[in-house]
Design a protein around this ligand. Sequence first.
Ligand code: 13P
Length: 252
Amino acid sequence: MRTPIIAGNWKMNKTISEAVSFASELKDRVAGVKNVDIVICPPFTALAKIADALSGSNIKVGAQNVCWEEKGAFTGEVSVAMLLEAGCTYVILGHSERRAMFGDTNETVNKKLKAALRNGLLPIVCVGETLEQREKGVTQDVIKGHVQGSLAGLSEEEMKKVIIAYEPVWAIGTGKTATRQQAQEVHLYIRNLLSGMCGKEVSDGVCILYGGSVKPENIKDLMAEQDIDGGLVGGASLKPDSFEKLVKFNER
Ligand code: 13P
């Protein structure tokens, strides 16, 4: 009942021309894929061109951040309306790199989330603990803080549009994937938290993606878990070949 999502987070990689040539190649490679929502999230500069290159295809485009304000004196920021016009369907919010280096907090993520939802942009909200927090045994407290703080004050209708990505910080870019059991345990914990916030029916419909060293070699195992509904992929989304394999996880 939850359609799997495979989303590539390119982070600060690829110029416009690199992004467009990737998109044209990927489009053909995944043309026949059904029942998987395919998303790529390039840097802002490539969004409009990539969305043009992919129009009419089965690949959607997302941004990696957005401002909660509509317009005005906010140097360096990009609004929801700008992203929609550039062709975005999704936006990643609260990625751990933004939380650690660029000041994103549960409060600002919540404001961005509400701005996105008000205007029909689908949010992928990232949550996850650091290695230190895991070793201290406070993973659930951290996840609870991220989920309840970032998603505070949403109606049931709004919650139905939210996608969550569990990304343990210690697994990002390290080659060290959470085991499927470790990931499933946190995903189930997140679903139970959502159930407490908006009821079981709504929480059962929310897609929860796993992110952190997802690769063609481990995606199938991860996807076999009950509460893992897709992947948010960094490094392995940068090559058409490996991204194609991820998207076709079901066919291998
Ligand atoms: P990697 O897949 O490179 O570990 O990155 C994960 C990530 O941060 C996706 O948002």
